[in-house]
Design a protein around this ligand. Structure first.
Ligand code: ACM
Length: 280
């Protein structure tokens, strides 16, 4: 039975205090026995930016920055993997809201958030690299970030690419996202690990309260682990990967084989809903 022990870290990073945030996240992670630890979105920096200069000063090289270094060191020492959100500095001064997957030999891959939430669109470039699934021990793991939850095509694509587990670093603000992720687990028969922030961040750019309630959802859509709204905690659970690999809904019906993709073309076509509404 292929299985893996997966954890999330839920906490309250301090804006701009990268070193302290990484230290705190790794200290929480050290309290759990797990093969893969998922930390929240933008864990290293905090969330509410107030200028491009501020963001540029906090954005990191994805291979040599503070987050890559701290997680590589921890992954090597603890012989396990981490996924963590950070602000990624790229060529031409571009900054992405990204997550890195790190193992004992260093950064294995980076995901750039495809669907930016509200004012994030002022600060970050939208993701421009394809969704991907990576091997992590016996598991195949895909990454999404926070508001990607609102676009179910992302989780479906990862499941079709063979993901057993969707890691979902988050700074969630809508209270219904956790329930929606149960559906993403159920409709794709995958584990979904949402590592969310807690607390409220008040900065010159505004005040944002976060919803906590980080969770692991099973391929049947059950919440098998959930943190409280305000606690800072790391929690871990064993995930039986054979459950996510079994896509048979019954002896007759199969989640993937019974799809009718020839009727779904509109899902991948560009939509022009705003323009249509304006014309009407
Ligand atoms: C979000 O995408 N941080 C709500």
């Amino acid at each position: 039975m292929p299985s893996m022990r997966i954890a999330f870290v839920q906490g309250r990073p301090l804006f701009g205090r990268t070193e302290e945030n990484l230290e705190r996240g790794l200290a929480l992670a050290a309290t759990v026995d797990a093969d893969l630890v998922v930390m929240p979105e933008l864990w290293s920096t905090g969330y509410v930016f107030s200028s491009h200069e501020e963001l540029a000063a906090l954005a990191e090289d994805p291979r040599k920055g503070a987050t890559a270094q701290a997680l590589t060191w921890a992954a090597k020492r603890e012989k396990r993997h981490y996924i963590c959100g950070f602000a990624e500095a790229a060529r031409g001064g571009r900054v992405y809201n990204s997550a890195m997957l790190v193992g004992p030999s260093g950064v294995k891959s980076v995901y750039r958030k495809l669907h930016l939430f509200e004012r994030e669109q002022e600060w970050f470039e939208p993701g421009d690299i394809p969704l991907a699934v990576e091997k992590v021990g016996p598991a195949r793991v895909g990454m999404l970030i926070c508001f990607d939850w609102r676009f179910p095509e992302t989780a479906r694509a990862l499941a079709l690419m063979g993901a057993d587990v969707i890691a979902h670093p988050s700074n969630l603000v809508y209270p219904n996202a956790q329930e929606a992720m149960r559906v993403r687990g159920l409709e794709n028969r995958v584990y979904v690990v949402t590592a969310n922030r807690t607390g409220t961040e008040t900065r010159p750019g505004g005040t944002v309260p976060f919803t906590g309630r980080s969770q692991i959802v099973s391929p049947a859509g059950e919440v098998i682990l959930r943190a409280k709204k305000s606690e800072e905690v790391a929690l871990a659970e064993d995930c039986d990967l054979s459950r996510s690999r079994d896509k048979a809904l019954s002896g007759i019906t199969h989640l993937f084989d019974n799809r009718r993709p020839q009727f779904y073309g509109v899902v991948t076509a560009k939509t022009r809903t705003r323009k249509r509404a304006a014309r009407a």
